[in-house]
Every structure is written in structure tokens, then in C-alpha cells.
Design a protein around this ligand. Structure first.
Ligand SMILES: C[S@@+](CC[C@H](N)C(=O)[O-])C[C@H]1O[C@@H](n2cnc3c(N)ncnc32)[C@H](O)[C@@H]1O
Length: 314
């Protein structure tokens, strides 16, 4: 059992992916390997998993923890937006199932040096892959007030975006906002905690979400991987996506709806001229959500939404 990160909706994920002897699966967000481990166990004795993660620390830790599966587990440090290029040369040219468990792991959240958690005093970085792109602190130092407002609105759906952006611009005249703790305290001063049960959510939650999405290009990566995943699935193969906020879930829902429809011709056209056939059919509840028992045991599961779709024959 993986310590530190409990896989969300693990039973439902395995049921939907239906691993069996000889099957091939891709876990695009292998993280601590909780889901991958269950898939490999269910696919004994010879089913295989390709596990991707942008974070080299996740690849190293999971490689060591799941070494007992030998060459049944192939790990690659890669952004999942490169799925179409990475999977075939790794021995996965067409697969039975693909999993995306979006966002960050408990390991990343707990790592004070990475700036994902509110209370950490380490640098405000937030990159899954620290070798690429710009840390969150650099983004906060560089963007003007209007751009910060737009970022908090667009990726955090933060109603107080303008006030928070103004406070950041004022604060950084004296000193850069360099740590997660400083940013969380600043937001808490501008947007006090709400009384009652809603006050349990930290007031900086949406701002942290927005920065993380921007720093990692999360929505662009998701938009890129979905069509690549469908192309990689065998007929009858399944795509399973676990998302944790409405921006991701909306994107997945719309993608599945469009692939179910196929044709993209405007309704005013008397006949189809695009020739696009449906490629997916939704399977199971849309979305499935964790039980109250799972949320009580694993608060990170609280906002999870699981969507499954099956590849139709070409
Ligand atoms: C929620 S965790 C996955 C946890 C995993 N299912 C488990 O059971 O341990 C998400 C993981 O996806 C990785 N990740 C996020 N976006 C990524 C991307 N675009 N490409 C590759 N990995 C990504 C993160 O680094 C993190 O390790």
C-alpha cells in the first residue's frame, strides 16, 4: 500500500479500466503509483502498464516502490501532452485503457521546497517539472495587476481577483512575494476566512489553484492529451479521467460529448460534409463521485469527479 498518497476512487478506476492478463494500460499521471499498482495486480501475471509523470521525483519513488513488477511496469518522465510520441516507442502502440488522475499528489503538497501547500516556507515554485517553465514566484513578480486579476479569475474563478492582484502589486513594491506562506498570509489579509462550514476552505485555495494551472499549462496539456488518448485506444478500450475542479471537468465533459457526436457540421447544413464519425461512448455515471466514507478517510477525494468513455470501432 502506498504511504502518503491514497489513490482516489481506486476500485471504480480499476473496474472501469478492466485490466486482465495480457492487457496494456497507460497511467498518464503515475504519481505515487497507487492506481498503477492496482492495475498491475489485476492484470497479473503479464499485463503491462506505461506510467508517465512530469515530476522526476515521482518516477524515481514509484520505480523503487513498484520494482517487484519488473518489466511489467515501464516508467517515463514525460508530460502527458507528449503521450502520442512517448507511448509507441515504449512498447504501447495501441492500448486497452488510459488513466488521467489530474492535479498534484500528496507527496508534492507535503514537500515544503515546492510551494504547493499554504503553510510552507520554501520558495513558491509549483512546477511539476522544475526543469521547464517559470516558477510561480517569477509569475507573481512579472505580471501587472490586470494580468494577475485575469489569471485569478480565469483559472481560479476567484471573485476577489482584483483586490488580491492589487494587494500583490502593492506588497511586491516592498519585497517580492517569494514563499507559499507569504502568499497565503497576504490573501488571508485581503479575503478573510468565511464563518461557518465554508470557512474550512483556506481563502487562498483558488489563488493557489490558478497559479498552479498557469505555471504548468495544465489546461493546455489536458486539451492536448485527450485526442491523443482516443487515438491510442483500441476499439473497446477505455479512457478514465479523474478531475478535481470544474475547469478540468468541464473540458473533459465537453470533449466526450463532441467525440460522442462525431460530426462537427453546423446544424444549418442539410447533410454532413465533415465526415467525422463518433469515436467515444460514455460509460457509467457521468460523473462518478466518491462516497462520504471515502471523503472522510481521504479529504483530497472531496472534489473528485470521474468520467469514463469507451473507444468505438473505427
Ligand atoms: C493526483 S497525482 C496522481 C496520483 C496517482 N494516481 C497515485 O495513485 O499515486 C497527479 C500526478 O500527475 C502529475 N502530472 C500533472 N500534470 C502532468 C502532466 N501534464 N504530465 C505528466 N504528469 C503530470 C503530477 O506530477 C502528479 O504526480
Amino acid at each position: 500500500m502506498e504511504e502518503g498518497h491514497l489513490p482516489v476512487l481506486a476500485e471504480e478506476v480499476v473496474t472501469m479500466l478492466a485490466p486482465r492478463p495480457g492487457s496494456l494500460h497507460v497511467d498518464c499521471t503515475v504519481g505515487g503509483g497507487g492506481h498503477t499498482e492496482r492495475i498491475l495486480e489485476a492484470a497479473s501475471p503479464d499485463g503491462r502498464v506505461l506510467g508517465l509523470d512530469a515530476d522526476p521525483a515521482a518516477i524515481a519513488r514509484t520505480g523503487a516502490r513498484l520494482a517487484r513488477f519488473g518489466d511489467r511496469l515501464v516508467l517515463r518522465r514525460a508530460n502527458f501532452q507528449e503521450l502520442g510520441d512517448v507511448a509507441p516507442p515504449a512498447g504501447f502502440p495501441a492500448v486497452d485503457g488510459i488513466l488521467l488522475d489530474l492535479g498534484l499528489s500528496s507527496h508534492q503538497l507535503a514537500d515544503a521546497g515546492r510551494g504547493f501547500g499554504f503553510r510552507t516556507g520554501g520558495p513558491l515554485d509549483m512546477r511539476f517539472d522544475a526543469s521547464r517553465g517559470e516558477p510561480a514566484a517569477a509569475l507573481l513578480a512579472r505580471l501587472d495587476e490586470a494580468s494577475l486579476t485575469d489569471l485569478f479569475r480565469r483559472y481560479g474563478e476567484e471573485p476577489q481577483a482584483r483586490r488580491i492582484a492589487r494587494a500583490i502589486v502593492e506588497a511586491r513594491r516592498a519585497a517580492p512575494v517569494a514563499t507559499a506562506g507569504e502568499l497565503a498570509a497576504l490573501v488571508e489579509r485581503v479575503v478573510p476566512r468565511r464563518p461557518g462550514p465554508r470557512g474550512r476552505t483556506h481563502p487562498a485555495t483558488r489563488v493557489f489553484q490558478a497559479l498552479r494551472i498557469a505555471v504548468n499549462g495544465e489546461l493546455e496539456a489536458l486539451e492536448a492529451v485527450l485526442p491523443a488518448a482516443v487515438s491510442l485506444l483500441r476499439p473497446g478500450g477505455r479512457l478514465v479521467v479523474l478531475s478535481y475542479h470544474s475547469l478540468e471537468d468541464r473540458l473533459v465533459k465537453r470533449f466526450v460529448a463532441a467525440e460522442r457526436r462525431g460530426c462537427t457540421c453546423p446544424p444549418s447544413f442539410p447533410v454532413c460534409v465533415c465526415g467525422r464519425a463518433p469515436r467515444l461512448r460514455p460509460v457509467g455515471p457521468q460523473p462518478a463521485v466518491p462516497s462520504p466514507e471515502e471523503v472522510a478517510a481521504n479529504p483530497r477525494a472531496r472534489s473528485a469527479r470521474l468520467r469514463t468513455a469507451e473507444r468505438l470501432a473505427a
